[in-house]
Design a protein around this ligand. Structure first.
Ligand code: HEC
Length: 180
């Protein structure tokens, strides 16, 4: 009896000195982690290189407001009928239609346009959907110039969160670097 009581005492003493130390370490982790998070999510350090998978690419380019405005007009004329004025796409855009075609996907953060590098986006908008599965996305190579197409893409990019823009920029740079 006395033994077990005697053993508990030092146990408590250890616990009471260890707990504040653990709390102090945790507080330190939270402060340092918070600072890193603020930098990573583009707080004060907007001109830093974008680093994903340990691969750094140059800082995210700033979009030109005039090109965004031009792109918005072109988007309303050529794309909104299918992809929606608010870029939300069709409600069941992931479900193929009976003929195999996909409904128009969203172009905002909820879609996957931001997963693709510029080279792929340009080729989809220029040449249209994949005929292999009856894609109904028309090609705009004959009606829009390459400059107009990139303006539409700049408008679409202007609607993405910074994280998604950085990811798409990183994809664009690293995909180009991979090409022979
Ligand atoms: C007639 C309807 C229609 C119009 C108009 C249209 N699209 Fe599409 N778009 C689609 C459909 C449907 C898809 C799904 C893939 C497919 O069918 O090829 C798609 C796919 C895309 C994709 C691929 C997205 C992804 O996540 O893979 C991009 C980018 C795109 N469209 C951009 C545009 C732009 C920019 C315009 C205007 C210049 C436009 N689309 C006009 C129907 C349309």
């Amino acid at each position: 009896m006395t033994n077990s009581a005697g053993r508990r005492q030092p146990g408590r003493a250890v616990a009471s000195s260890v707990i504040p130390a653990v709390m102090a370490i945790l507080a330190g982790v939270i402060v340092v982690g918070g600072a890193a998070w603020a930098l990573g999510s583009g707080g004060p350090d907007r001109d830093a290189p974008v680093v994903i998978n340990n691969t750094a690419v140059p800082p995210l380019p700033t979009l030109d407001p005039r090109r965004i405005a031009d792109g918005e007009t072109l988007y309303a004329q050529s794309c909104a009928a299918c992809h929606g004025a608010e870029l939300r796409g069709a409600p069941n855009w992931k479900q193929r239609l009976p003929g195999g075609a996909l409904p128009p996907p969203p172009h905002d953060d909820t879609g996957h346009t931001w997963h693709h590098p510029d080279s792929l986006l340009l080729s989809i908008v220029t040449s249209g959907g994949d005929p292999a599965y009856n894609g109904v996305m028309p090609g705009f190579g004959a009606t829009l110039s390459p400059d107009q197409i990139t303006a539409v893409l700049d408008f679409i990019k202007s609607r993405w969160s910074r994280d998604h823009r950085e990811f798409q920029w990183w994809m664009t740079v690293t995909t180009q670097a991979d090409q022979p």
